[in-house]
Ligand binder design. Structure first.
Ligand SMILES: *[C@@H]1O[C@H](CO)[C@@H](O)[C@H](O)[C@H]1NC(C)=O
Ligand SMILES: *[C@@H]1O[C@H](CO)[C@@H](O)[C@H](O)[C@H]1NC(C)=O
Ligand SMILES: *[C@@H]1O[C@H](CO)[C@@H](O)[C@H](O)[C@H]1NC(C)=O
Ligand SMILES: *[C@@H]1O[C@H](CO)[C@@H](O)[C@H](O)[C@H]1NC(C)=O
Ligand SMILES: *[C@@H]1O[C@H](CO)[C@@H](O)[C@H](O)[C@H]1NC(C)=O
Ligand SMILES: *[C@@H]1O[C@H](CO)[C@@H](O)[C@H](O)[C@H]1NC(C)=O
Ligand SMILES: *[C@@H]1O[C@H](CO)[C@@H](O)[C@H](O)[C@H]1NC(C)=O
Ligand SMILES: *[C@@H]1O[C@H](CO)[C@@H](O)[C@H](O)[C@H]1NC(C)=O
Length: 787
């Protein structure tokens, strides 16, 4: 163990010269190491764990030496608190480890050969908002034909765990687990290997990072195991790959056959999210294990705000996954509709936005003056009577007028609320929680009001009293009616499931929007999928409203969020993967994006519910390339492929330093070419983001290269068609691509020219570039932004 001795020496010297460092509070760090440097010292792949342990041993010894020299009295106690604690070793998707370290330990690490950086751990969050869903594939046909479904695809879901006994995870008729599978079913609270079967083939729980933040998980109130107490992971897993279940519904709403997008896939559940969030160190450990276990696709309905790729754990873990041919599908986030809040933006990720389907769960609100409005709810029951309506001041405890507008816990006065309908603003507290407050104060109904930025978004929630959400325009009228009428009254009736909204699909207001702050040279999100009012599996021990006071038990729940749209795309990607076994993650992404549609069921551009309804169309920063179309994606004609080397060149073009690049590539020695010709826009992405200076009054021009691969008919002739963004000219060279065989690759250049006048900073204009052949249209959106 020569390297150990050497290291200790280095550390001791370092610590001695840093006597003044006090023992301070410890924190979890994710430590990135350069793989090539570790290997050059260790000369064997299998001893990385002992190597890291020896690193930490050295730190411990060095630290205790420091304490002795400082004459610390409480030796024993100090020593315990000084032990660095190795949480995980990462070796599949990235190289390094996570550990609980004091500032002294952290400083010491700097001296270790191969050390790249240490990033403090933090909690990320699930991308959920309550609402509903739907999408169609046809049994026995196309992607859902027997042959396609027979092939084995393993979907790994990083989420809040799973409810293994649920009928959506039954393994009836499934073939034995493939021998390549290396995963396991871990023991824990109310969970053992007995809980896995041929459908749910693996389940692991990751909580070391989480417990460092919150303390030990209380096993009497939560499962310290892969078992799902939240509902989210059960819902997303079944959306991606749940088995067919007939007659599924929530209180009879949205009744039908529940089916995962790729309902014959195996599922491996990696529980990384707990009641207060999901720790980065746990997420990376799970992704790392999932790839080593042998998953084919990863689904992550979680995230934080966008960060440079080299400091974004999901980007780092997924770079390693992509390099091993595993596609990673992520939710875009629920921070819309304001601009530039999209998360999970690395170009190697599939970033999924959320939209409405043509199904709604309708209510009708009737005011005392005869006006009637449509709303949405999952409450199932008789209509309310025409009740007096109170709002804000007229419902408030003394001094709580403002909180009472939002129906925050304890803000309502039972004397004023009893027997009445309460109008509540959305925000601050959960929507079903507001209903709980109204019910506790004796209210008989609730109307949830939208602000302007929430637009016409209608969340359907499993309220515990008669309640409905209402869009912005109706909310405005109701507010003013309630504040001006002497005896304002309202009633709610519950109409139930209604299909056939011809404006569908429509972008959800909550769906996070681009442009990406981190990589504006790539359009994000990539595409949209159903994410509103999605019916899927739910743990029977978790109430549909997620309220503790709610004792209802359901097997299916209706929920909304980009968390729900992401697993749709995960499952669809799994369908494509079984059809096209040789396609890379980027090729599957390209197929999904270039075949996405942009017109709604009436043939008009897909709208955005956050704007004044039909008046405004959704742009690529809301819906990306469009709405996912599984069957068309299975036969796209052309694909824009990207390999690991291309992504590395892209990182070079962002002027990342070699150590930043090493963080993503797992170390090594990637040398950026110095010819200087590289620009981010040259990444072979299936869409175009173009940036111009808003101040320049001169003409500006930029040329991007692309390379397309023929995956359609051998002899295919394509001609280009351009829809110009306003104020920008677009020239494509050549204008025709003539392929002679399958697999042939042809390149083209596209030049964007703008200028002549200054533009508002942050303004954008949109267009598209389409390759058209006899059989195919291969569409890429163009987004030009003046910054
Ligand atoms: C899991 O629990 C079972 C029964 O309690 C035990 O036999 C088995 O060894 C445990 N496995 C692990 C990996 O701890
Ligand atoms: C765990 O939760 C239960 C129920 O809330 C509580 O009675 C118990 O004290 C908790 N245990 C710990 C160690 O906090
Ligand atoms: C479907 O479920 C409902 C209850 O939700 C039940 O009454 C009905 O009998 C079921 N139908 C079938 C065909 O299983
Ligand atoms: C409300 O509280 C204020 C002081 O906090 C008090 O002066 C006033 O009398 C109270 N009004 C009622 C109706 O209780
Ligand atoms: C909706 O329309 C009104 C009036 O036309 C306008 O003032 C408002 O800004 C619009 N809101 C949005 C979100 O577009
Ligand atoms: C990278 O550096 C080059 C040369 O300094 C510069 O022209 C280019 O704009 C930079 N690219 C980015 C993405 O910052
Ligand atoms: C890195 O690559 C360069 C050029 O390819 C080479 O000269 C150098 O020795 C390499 N360094 C290491 C540590 O492998
Ligand atoms: C694209 O432009 C580059 C640089 O001007 C040129 O070398 C290349 O031949 C062009 N490719 C095509 C297909 O026109």
């Amino acid at each position: 163990m020569i390297f150990k001795t050497l290291m200790l020496l280095v550390l001791t010297m370092m610590i001695v010269t840093n006597k003044s460092i006090a023992v301070m509070e410890k924190q979890t760090y994710i430590i990135y190491m350069d793989k090539t440097k570790i290997k050059s010292s260790v000369h064997s792949q299998d001893i990385t764990k002992p190597w890291y342990e020896s690193v930490l041993d050295s730190i411990t010894q060095a630290s205790s030496k420091l304490e002795q020299e400082d004459g610390e009295e409480e030796q024993e106690q100090e020593q315990t608190s000084s032990n660095p604690d190795l949480l995980y070793v990462y070796e599949t998707t990235m190289f390094g480890f996570s550990a609980h370290l004091s500032p002294t330990h952290l400083k010491s690490l700097n001296q270790i050969e191969g050390f790249l950086t240490a990033i403090p751990d933090e909690l990320l969050h699930l991308h959920t908002t309550y609402t509903p869903h739907f999408l169609g594939l046809s049994k026995g046909k196309g992607l859902w034909s027997e042959t396609n479904l027979a092939s084995d695809v393993i979907i790994g879901v990083l989420d809040s765990g799973i409810w293994p006994e649920h009928m959506s995870f039954r393994d009836t008729g499934m073939s034995p687990v493939p021998s390549r599978w290396k995963g396991v079913c871990e023991n824990g609270t109310q969970f053992s290997s007995e809980n896995c079967n041929k459908k749910l083939i693996g389940a692991r729980a990751f909580f070391k990072g989480y417990e460092k933040v919150t303390g030990k998980i209380n096993e009497t109130v939560d499962y310290r195991s892969p078992r799902d107490s939240e509902g989210h992971g059960t819902h997303t897993s079944s959306t991606a790959a749940g088995a067919l279940v007939d007659n599924a519904s929530l209180f009879g709403l949205a009744k039908g056959r529940a089916a995962g997008m790729r309902y014959t896939s195996r599922i491996a559940a990696y529980k990384v999210c707990w009641p207060l969030g999901c720790a980065n160190s746990d997420i990376i450990a799970a992704a790392d294990k999932a790839i080593a276990d042998g998953v084919d696709i990863l689904s992550l309905s979680l995230g934080g705000s966008a960060k440079p790729y080299y400091s974004d754990s999901i980007a780092i873990a997924s770079f390693g996954a992509i390099a091993k041919g595993v596609l990673v599908s992520c939710s875009a986030g629920n921070s819309g509709p304001s601009k530039s809040n999209v998360g999970n933006v690395a170009p190697w990720l599939m970033t999924v936005a959320a939209s409405y389907t043509d199904r709604s769960l309708l209510t009708k609100v009737k005011l005392g003056n005869g006006q009637v409005f449509k709303g949405s709810s999952l409450y199932k029951g008789k209509p309310t009577k025409q009740l007096l309506v109170v709002y804000g001041k007229s419902a408030a405890n003394n001094g709580s007028e403002r909180l009472a507008q939002y129906c925050i816990r304890g803000s309502l006065d039972p004397k004023l609320v009893k027997g009445k309908m309460v109008a509540c603003e959305r925000g601050i507290s959960g929507r079903t929680q507001k209903g709980e407050e109204v019910k506790m104060a004796g209210g008989l109904g609730m109307i949830l009001l939208n602000t302007e930025s929430q637009g016409e978004e209608l969340f359907a929630d499993a309220h515990i009293l008669p309640a409905t959400s209402i869009g912005f325009s109706a909310s405005k009228i109701i507010r003013s009616y309630v504040l001006t009428d002497k005896n304002p009254t309202a009633s709610i009736s519950f109409i139930g499931t209604v299909y056939g909204d011809s404006n569908a699909p429509t972008m959800a207001a909550f769906s996070s929007r681009g442009p990406s702050l981190v990589g504006p040279d790539v359009i994000k999100p990539d595409l949209t999928a159903p994410g509103v009012n999605i019916l899927a599996a739910w743990p029977p021990k978790t109430s549909p409203s997620s309220l503790k006071s709610d004792k209802r038990s359901v097997l299916f729940n209706i929920v909304s969020g980009t968390s729900m749209s992401c697993p749709h795309v995960t499952g669809i990607a799994a369908l494509l993967k079984s059809k096209h076994k040789d396609w890379s993650p980027a090729a599957i992404k390209s197929a999904l994006m270039t075949t996405a549609y942009i017109l709604n069921h009436r043939g008009r551009p897909i709208g955005d519910i956050s704007s004044n309804r039909t008046s405004e169309m959704a742009n690529p920063f809301a819906l990306g390339s469009g709405h996912v179309d599984p069957e068309r994606a299975s036969n796209p004609g052309l694909v824009y492929d990207i390999n690991t080397q291309d992504y590395l060149s892209y990182l070079c073009s962002l002027n990342y330093t070699s150590s930043q690049i090493a963080l993503l590539s797992g170390g090594g020695n990637h040398t950026c070419s110095s010819d200087g010709g590289l620009q981010p826009g040259d990444l072979n992405y299936p869409s175009f983001a173009v940036l111009f200076s808003s101040r320049s009054t001169k003409k500006a021009s930029v040329t991007y290269k692309r390379l397309v691969t023929n995956v359609g008919y051998p002899k295919s002739n394509y001609a280009v068609k351009v829809e110009k963004p306003m104020g920008v000219s677009v020239t494509v060279e050549p204008k025709n691509l003539n392929f002679g065989k399958v697999g042939e690759k042809l390149s083209y250049n596209v030049t964007f020219v703008a200028g002549g006048r200054a533009r508002a900073s942050g303004s954008s204009s949109f267009g598209s570039l389409i390759w058209v052949s006899w059989h195919y249209t291969v569409r890429s959106p163009i987004a030009v932004t003046w910054q």
